[in-house]
Ligand binder design. Structure first.
Ligand code: MG
Length: 273
């Protein structure tokens, strides 16, 4: 597939025209590590000035929305009306909807624990836990794994924030929640009852509710076909694959997850705004 093909240009124009809110993956889509991709600051400002909204949308549940916001402010790309939405927030909303008041054992960072507490979720480290939640815990210990494994084997509801096997990084990609899920599957014989983040529908349902918009007014832009694009397709959102991150044109062409449009980077949409 050539992303410069006329069909793709038309698809890109239609996508921009119909979209009121852009859900933006961050790493590989807006920036790489601490470096903005091309003239991203201008692109994001043009999106805002066109009356469209920006939601920074990530599976990474090791950081809170506030921590991401600080980074985006530092990079000069957090504007009026923007907000950050993580798979950790989606997990908290899911718990409040389906397990309200239940005591939760959370394998997660202190930052995420704070976010769960702020959302009114009762956390426990004890044997009274009624639900187990696995997040991207960069402070993971053997003891935490043993505790969560116990809950899973005992048949308690088991929720994971997202499925990514590895986390993007400059050199070697470190293990992410998907790798922890595999470990716990090996020890307990069970997979999560629910996975909240991209590409699944929990995070999609949550953001639809938060935005009060039909899916046809929402577009997901990201650099991973099997998370970002599959997420859009699973939730009825428009999908824009950008080739500025993990995926090149050849990999994109062979992926079973088909986007509505492909762009070299998000900056390509400026001419349609
Ligand atoms: Mg990405």
């Amino acid at each position: 597939m050539s992303y410069a093909a006329p069909g793709n240009e038309r698809a890109l124009a239609a996508l921009v025209k119909e979209t009121q809110v852009f859900l933006l993956d961050m790493d590989g889509t807006v920036y790489i590590e601490d470096e903005l991709i091309g003239d991203m600051k201008n692109t994001l400002e043009r999106i805002r000035r066109s009356g469209r909204r920006i939601v920074y949308f990530t599976n990474n549940s090791s950081k809170t929305a506030t921590e991401y916001e600080q980074k985006l402010v530092r990079l000069g790309i957090f504007g009026e009306g923007d907000f950050v939405y993580t798979s950790g927030i989606a997990a908290a909303e899911y718990l409040n909807e389906f397990y309200a008041g239940k005591k939760v054992y959370l394998v997660g960072t202190d930052a995420l624990k704070g976010e769960f507490c702020a959302a009114g979720i009762p956390l426990t480290e004890g044997d009274d836990a009624e639900v187990g939640v696995l997040a991207y815990d960069t402070t993971l210990t053997f003891e935490k794994l043993v505790r969560l494994n116990r809950l899973i084997v005992k048949g308690k509801p088991y929720i994971a924030t997202h499925p990514d096997a590895v986390c993007p990084a400059k050199d070697v990609f470190p293990p992410d929640v998907g790798s922890f899920i595999a470990l716990l599957e090996c020890s307990s014989g069970k997979r999560p009852d629910v996975i909240c983040g991209k590409p699944y529908t929990v995070m999609g349902d949550c953001i639809k509710r938060r935005l009060h918009l039909p899916p046809g007014k929402i577009a997901m832009a990201g650099d991973r076909p099997h998370t970002d694009i599959r997420f859009a397709n699973n939730n009825g959102f428009h999908s824009l694959l950008v080739l500025s991150g993990e995926t090149d044109a050849r990999t994109a062409a062979s992926s079973p997850d088909r986007p509505d449009a492909v762009a070299e980077s998000l900056n390509d949409i400026v001419r349609f705004l």
